[in-house]
Ligand binder design. Structure first.
Ligand SMILES: [Fe+2]
Ligand SMILES: [Fe+2]
Length: 363
């Protein structure tokens, strides 16, 4: 079987998928490329079906390993991993509509199920079953985030697969446990503050974004933006970062550069969504234009995602005990958020967040 046919198939699937994430299932491109994928699948049928198996980082099409390693193939592999799909079997009788529904399921965040002519073989899904310990799953993600953060270096690539997997995990965790306060974790030691903090900010950003109705790719990117917002802190000297007391004015000046360091670093990495670069730069800017970096003379306004990250950032920081400040209770944090609505934070987003917390009886 020629490699090119199989890679053309994956290419059509990924094009249909990205159009489905960007627009909707009903976009004409989704139908067009689903149709194309069905046509190519039929050409690739061995007897009455086509089997795609993921073995490590290699795709096996029927019994032949796919040698090509283009971007579409890599993204398809990532997608299969993210969805926990080990094997895909497309059978005779499949039509465009069924394929389009499959593409739509693939672009969403719910568990994927088999349809009459497309069966999916799943690897053990971590979240299934009763009595799931959400915090142990989040803790496991914190470990992988820690690994990525501690190896992040200027101009070096970042392990996006781990970060994307962590975000997908947080989105799933929030689907199963709607009380966001049970999903975020307390900081256990001083040195792990940064990792627990960025994880919590990611979860709290996803929580707010979902309340606003964001879903799919944009929700995922909001989660990534939360996870990467403080990446610039890896360039701030450790003595400043981990100082168990208040910072001196000079140290504070250096600390305040982390949004710029972060945005500069992320902008060198082509695989990072733009939203994450923007949020890294803007998460300490305030709704009224103050905060840092000071961009008032350019008339720059904070992006919606940065505004969500800023609220998540403040909420988590206030809930955490620091050497110079005790941790605040939920009522105290809510009071502060309300007080700062209109100056530090977008009042509509504060309302969105507080309403969401009320709805889950968080306070
Ligand atoms: Fe920050
Ligand atoms: Fe932060």
């Amino acid at each position: 079987m020629p490699d090119s046919k199989a890679s053309e198939l994956i290419s059509s699937i990924m094009t249909a998928l990205s159009n489905c994430s960007l627009y909707s299932k009903d976009h004409p491109f989704v139908s067009e490329f689903s149709e194309k994928a069905v046509r190519i699948s039929e050409e690739l049928f061995k007897e009455e079906s086509l089997n795609i198996t993921l073995l490590g980082d290699t795709l096996i099409i029927n019994e032949t390993p796919l040698k090509e390693t283009g971007a579409h193939i890599q993204n398809f592999i990532k997608k299969m991993k993210k969805k926990g799909i080990e094997r895909l079997s497309i059978r005779k009788g499949v039509d465009m509509q069924e394929f389009r529904d499959f593409i739509s399921a693939l672009s969403g965040y719910d568990k994927i199920t088999s349809t009459p002519h497309i069966s999916v073989g799943m690897i053990e899904v971590k979240f299934k079953g009763e009595g799931i310990d959400i915090s142990s799953i989040v803790n496991e993600k914190i470990e992988s985030v820690k690994e990525v953060y501690s190896t992040a270096q200027r101009f070096k690539k970042i392990d996006m697969v781990s970060l994307e997997d962590a975000v997908a995990g947080f989105i799933s965790a929030l689907k199963r446990e709607s009380n966001v306060l049970k999903v975020i974790s307390p900081v256990k030691s001083h040195s792990e503050y940064t990792y627990v903090h960025i994880t919590n900010v990611s979860i709290l950003t996803i929580f707010q974004a979902e309340l606003l109705g964001l879903k799919g790719e944009i929700l995922h990117e909001a989660g990534l933006a939360g996870l990467l917002h403080d990446i610039g802190k890896t360039y701030v000297p450790r003595e400043i970062l981990e100082k168990p007391a208040r910072l001196t004015p000079e140290e504070w000046e250096e600390m305040k550069r982390h949004p710029v360091y972060g945005a500069l670093y992320l902008s060198t990495l082509p695989e990072i969504p733009r939203l994450a670069v923007i949020a890294a730069f803007e998460h300490h800017m305030k709704f009224d234009g103050t905060g840092y970096p000071d961009t008032r003379r350019y008339g720059k306004k904070q992006h919606l995602i940065s505004q969500l990250v800023a609220i998540a950032d403040f909420f988590d920081a206030m809930r955490t005990h620091r050497a110079y400040r005790r941790s605040l209770g939920i009522h105290e944090v809510i009071k502060l958020l309300t007080e700062y609505a209109g100056t530090d934070f977008n009042p509509l987003l504060i309302e969105n967040f507080i309403d969401g917390l009320k709805r889950i009886h968080a306070f």
